[in-house]
Design a protein around this ligand. Structure first.
Ligand code: 16G
Length: 256
């Protein structure tokens, strides 16, 4: 039953189409309502189907696979063949509070550009995002309005971030996020915090809440080249744990 439904959903039906009624499926397969319900439940959990209260069960919209890399929201949506748009909720310059100053490696009270934006993909709200940028590196950033893409604007100024770090937490939408994202308060969101750097200077600190019903994070992984082992703290400080496997590393002789 589950395989039949999965094939139907991925093959013949499109997002938003209703799935056949429980009664019809029971009759067609000669199984109990309980069996049908379990199969539907499993596909709801997988994210292929969604139940809409009072209306029935429908094919869920496909999830967007957000690749965790140093790309912008706009670039990620283009990669997916979707159109990115934005609603600016706040655009201001303000003195940096301690946590923002620490993230951007600037002094508390230094001026930062603060953007608070609702991000859309094909007109569906996907994420709410706070972005802080160091004002002294980006003169007149807001002079001609808010750029539709922060990363494009950084690129035009020769400040495209070249490395960064993201942290990802599971969270629940608060009332404001839920309203903006058109989901119920308490529904799961992916909270992604990013510090991005251009050279050795922080250029961006951002806190985003992505709808987790519409996003799958895609994280390419590979084995590290160097073995992840702690170095031995001895007088032979520069020697690896097993010097036989690292012929270029000579033990340091004590001179005493
Ligand atoms: C993404 C980034 C965010 C960045 C924004 C710029 C993640 C988790 N976050 O949302 O840090 O500020 O893109 O997008 O990827 P933009 O260039 O379209 O304004």
């Amino acid at each position: 039953m589950r395989d039949y439904l999965r094939a139907l959903v991925t093959g013949e039906l499109s997002a938003g189409d209703p799935v056949p009624s429980e009664r019809m499926l029971c009759e067609r397969f000669g199984v109990s309502r309980m069996t049908v319900r379990q199969a539907v439940d499993a596909l709801v959990v997988e994210g292929l189907l969604e139940r809409i209260q009072g209306r029935g069960t429908f094919v869920a919209p496909p999830k967007v696979d957000l690749q965790v890399r140093l790309a912008s929201f706009t670039e990620e949506m283009v990669r997916r063949g979707m159109t990115a748009s934005v609603k600016v909720l706040t655009a201001e310059t303000a003195p940096a509070p301690p946590d923002i100053a620490a993230a951007l490696d600037i002094a508390v009270g230094d001026t930062v550009i603060h953007l608070y934006r609702l991000r859309f993909a094909d007109d569906a709200p996907m994420a709410v995002e706070h972005t802080w940028l160091p004002s002294d590196r980006l003169p007149a950033f807001l002079e001609h309005g808010v750029p539709s893409s922060v990363y494009v604007e950084l690129g035009e100024r020769g400040l495209t971030p070249d490395w960064g770090e993201d942290t990802i937490d599971a969270g629940e939408a608060d009332d404001e996020e839920a309203e903006l994202l058109t989901i119920k308060p308490g529904k799961p969101v992916l909270r992604i915090t990013r510090r991005a750097f251009t050279g050795d200077q922080a250029i961006e600190y951002a806190q985003s809440a992505y709808r987790s019903d519409r996003y799958t994070l895609w994280v390419p992984v590979s084995r590290p080249n160097a073995p992840v082992v702690p170095r031995r703290r001895t007088t032979t400080q520069n020697t690896d744990i097993n010097p036989n496997t690292t012929p270029n590393t000579k033990p340091i002789r004590s001179t005493t």
